[in-house]
Every structure is written in C-alpha cells, then in structure tokens.
Design a protein around this ligand. Structure first.
Ligand SMILES: [Zn+2]
Length: 495
C-alpha cells in the first residue's frame, strides 16, 4: 500500500521548463502515490515515513522504452552474436517457453528493472504462443510492482524446429478475442499501473489485415503501438516509416524501436507525426544494427522525440544510465573521429550528460505518452523516484555534478531506494519481497515472494527450457531464416 513518505534533506534533480536539470537541496513529500510537495523543511504528516536523504541524490525514476521482459532464462546466450543469431536463440525461443516459464522469466525481468531504478517500462513481449502466455506475463508484471505499458504482441511463432516452420496463421481469432478482452479489463494492478499497448512487427501482411488490426487495437483503447525498425544488410527492405505513413497509420501513438538505418525523410515524418523513437545502444552496437539513432545528427529532426531502452536484459545490463553512457560516449567517439580524419580536434565535447540523462527520464516519459505524469520530479506527478547513495566509492563527491555522476560513473549498487507509484520496492540497496497478484497464485502458491525464492523458480524453469533448446540445429535454422528475411548471404561476411 502506498502511504506518505517524506524524503528529507536530499539533493533532488529537478527539471525546469526547458528540460534543464537543477540539483537542488530540498525535501520531497509523497502522498497516495503522488508527489505533493517539493520544498525545504516540510513538516512530516502524521504517520508518514521519514527517510533521511542527507548525502543522497534524488532522481526521477528511469524510463525504459523498449524491453523484452520475458526472456530472463536465456541470459548470456548471445553475447558474441549478431541479429540473426539472436532472433533464433532469443526471440524465437518463445516456442520453448511454457506459460509458466513466461511468468517466471517476466517476473525476473521486471524485478531486475526495478532493482536498476527503472520505474516505467514499455514491454514488447514477443512470446504470445497462447492466451495464457500473455495473461501470465501481465500477472508477473503486476506482481513485480513496476509501471508498464504491456504491448500485447502479435508475433511470428515457430511451429516446428526441424525443419524450421512458422505458423502460417500470423493473426488468429483468439488473438483478436484476447486483445478485446484485455482492452475491457485494462489497466491492470493497483492504480492501473500496467496499461495495455500493442506490439506489432507483421508489416509483410496485406494492408487490409493491418488496418483492421489497428482499428481493433483502437477499439480496445490502445494508446501506444510499438514496432521494431532496423534497416540494413541483416534486415533489408524499404523504409518502414514510409510504409506505415502510406498505410495512413503513422500517428503519435507510435513508438519505434531502433530506427537504425533510418533516413532524413523518416526523421521528418517521425517529427511531423509526433512518433517517438527508442534507441537501445547496447544491442544496436553489438548486433550490427547500424548507428545509434538518438544522437545521430543525420536524423536530428527527430532528436526531440528520442528515448532509451534496454531491449535485452538477457544480454545487457538493465541499467538505463548505462545506456545513457553508451549512447553519449559512442556519439562523441564518432564525432571526434570525423574531426581527426580532417586533422582537427573539438574545442568541447559533443552532446552533454544532461541530454543523455533526459533521454532516460523526461524524454522517455514523453515516448510513453506520459510526459505529464512521470519522467521528472514535480508536484502533481506520480511518485516514481530513485534515491542514490552519494557516499559509495563510485558516487562520493558527486555533488560537483550529480547528473554527470549518474550518467558516467554510477552503477546499480548505488541505487539505494526505488519508489514506484509511492510504494518502496527497493530499500537499503535490496529488492523488497513482492505480493503475488491474485491471478499469479496458481504459479507462486505464496502470497509474498522473496527474490531468492523467485530466483530458484527461474533457475528450475531455465533447466527445463535449456533441455528443449539443446535439440535444435541452429545452423540449419539460420540458413532458413536468412532466406525468409531475404537476406543476401553475400553481404554477411566472416570477420
Ligand atoms: Zn527489441
């Protein structure tokens, strides 16, 4: 239950109207899930929990705008691999997850995000092999206590691995039924913390089928639609942004992940339609998806609509400041090298830590279409807050510039307290037990779950999944996938 919390005497990172961040010594009062006062010397209301924030930094909770939360059991399976390998060993492994496996994987992914200070996430759950898979994922998300936009995902599904066969019915009647049913029940969890969105990557389908699906999503009350777009030798094709626009569907509901390989025309369409972008630097840099779009000056028209995502916590840290750091320093490296090639050097750095910080806070909130509710510390906004210990070895002396310290040198260890919707989810650097959602009790059997017990269940599930996966001939499946996606193998070179 959320009750009053007074954060006393911390250094709060407060955004002004131009998105500049000011480190300000103050108290913050949280009541009923909302920030009600930000000022010094607030008297604690009766019954309020007072937390001494001396030597602590109070930050808005981080917003992660692209994440596949269900895949925890697949961690570290594709650390040296590119997009096609990940698709086989990650994305398509939904076929080897039972609905129960999805519950534990999703709970693990959500709790890892909370541990890392993420308070809101846009979830792209590409594992909808049955109605129970989606129901369990929602139940796990509610149980974890994170704020989420659960984007009901209609995805390609493997029906056989040897030889590889995909289910011919991309859209099935039960999916329409479930989408409508979820729409009538959404939002989910206390205070409607888990909202319903749509995730869709089936752009090869006939236009009529797609427009019909989008109308159904609209009827279900969906306010956010997310899709992948990365264009290059591993995923050839014309501009997805132009295709969506040609279908008459490009509007401000869209949140496009990656946009690597996008064009200036794409950026212009994105800007005009009010579409948002999620860059996920770790996967984009590793899996050869192309240049990270959020700081790509050839796409600068869409820069005000960019944000950051983790994409794969199975492969990358779930820590959004880590993605801020990668995006920023990668952009600087590219910029500097261009000057070096001309025999020149920059007088000052390219881009700022404040710009990077905003990508994972206020701009992420706007990408979720929730800019007026989350993403900054302000009176009237939801109480999604991260408190950093400013006296750890990695943070001591950070008061010189706390934003720079968070972006460049902090780690998850420094995240001492995480508050989502006015409820403390992490305290003293440790995740608190979670209360199983009513619908989750069939999975959990317990009302209250501690992280160690959850980890044991995830490990049990992982052993079963790996037993199924080890029989797959990935080399044969890889050739098949390259053909299906019209990848010219001559363009994929050994290095
Ligand atoms: Zn993704």
């Amino acid at each position: 239950m959320s009750s009053a919390i007074l954060l006393r005497n911390g250094i709060a990172l407060l955004h002004d109207n131009e998105d500049h961040v000011h480190a300000t010594k103050t108290d913050i009062l949280v009541e009923g899930g909302t920030i009600t006062r930000i000022e010094p010397n607030i008297s604690a209301p009766q019954g309020a929990e007072v937390i001494d924030c001396t030597d602590k930094i109070i930050s808005p909770g981080f917003v992660d705008t692209h994440h596949h939360l269900w895949q925890t059991q697949l961690r570290a399976k594709f650390g040296d691999e590119v997009l096609v390998d990940y698709m086989l060993k990650g994305m398509m492994q939904g076929s080897n997850f039972t609905a129960s496996d999805v519950f534990w994987g999703q709970l693990g992914g959500c709790m890892e995000a909370v541990d890392a200070g993420t308070t809101t996430v846009v979830d792209h759950p590409h594992m909808t092999y049955s109605p129970e898979h989606a129901e369990n994922a929602i139940s796990a998300t509610v149980t974890a206590g994170i704020r989420s936009i659960f984007c009901y995902c209609i995805t390609m599904r493997v029906s056989c691995w040897e030889p590889l066969q995909l289910n011919g019915n991309f859209l099935e009647p039960w999916m329409f039924e479930q989408l409508a049913g979820l729409g009538s029940r959404a939002p989910f969890g206390p205070n409607g913390r888990v909202q319903l969105g749509l995730a869709f990557d089936g752009w090869f389908l006939p236009k009529e089928m797609i427009t019909d699906l989008f109308q159904r999503a609209r009827d279900a009350g969906v306010k956010l639609v997310t899709t992948h777009y990365c264009r290059g030798p591993q995923s050839p094709g014309s501009s997805l942004v132009e295709q969506i626009d040609n279908f008459g569907l490009l509007d401000s509901r869209f949140l496009i992940s990656h946009a690597t390989g996008g064009t200036p025309k794409d950026a212009s369409l994105v800007r005009k339609a009010g579409v948002h972008i999620s860059s996920t630097p770790s996967t984009e840099m590793q899996m050869a998806l192309g240049r990270v779009a959020c700081f790509d000056d050839t796409l600068k028209e869409m820069a005000p609509q960019c944000s950051l995502g983790v994409d794969l916590h199975t492969n990358n840290s779930a820590y959004i400041p880590g993605e801020m750091r990668l995006a920023l320093q990668n952009a600087r490296s590219e910029f500097n090298q261009k000057l070096y090639d001309e025999g020149k050097a920059p007088r000052r750095t390219h881009k700022t830590v404040e710009q990077a910080f905003n990508l994972g806070t206020i701009m992420g909130a706007r990408a979720c279409k929730m800019g007026d509710q989350i993403g900054s510390l302000a009176v009237g906004k939801k109480a999604d807050v991260v408190v950093f210990d400013a006296a750890t070895p990695g943070m001591v002396c950070c008061e010189n510039d706390p934003v720079a310290a968070i972006v460049l040198s902090s780690s998850i260890r420094d995240v001492e307290i995480v508050i989502v919707d006015g409820v403390i989810r992490k305290r003293d650097g440790k995740l608190l037990p979670v209360t199983a959602d009513e619908a989750a009790r069939g999975q959990t059997g317990e009302k209250e779950l501690r992280w160690r017990e959850i980890a044991d269940s995830i490990l049990r599930s992982q052993r079963e999944i790996l037993g199924r996966i080890e029989k797959i001939d990935f080399e044969a499946a890889r050739k098949d996938v390259l053909q299906r996606f019209h990848v010219d193998e001559k363009n994929i070179i050994e290095v």
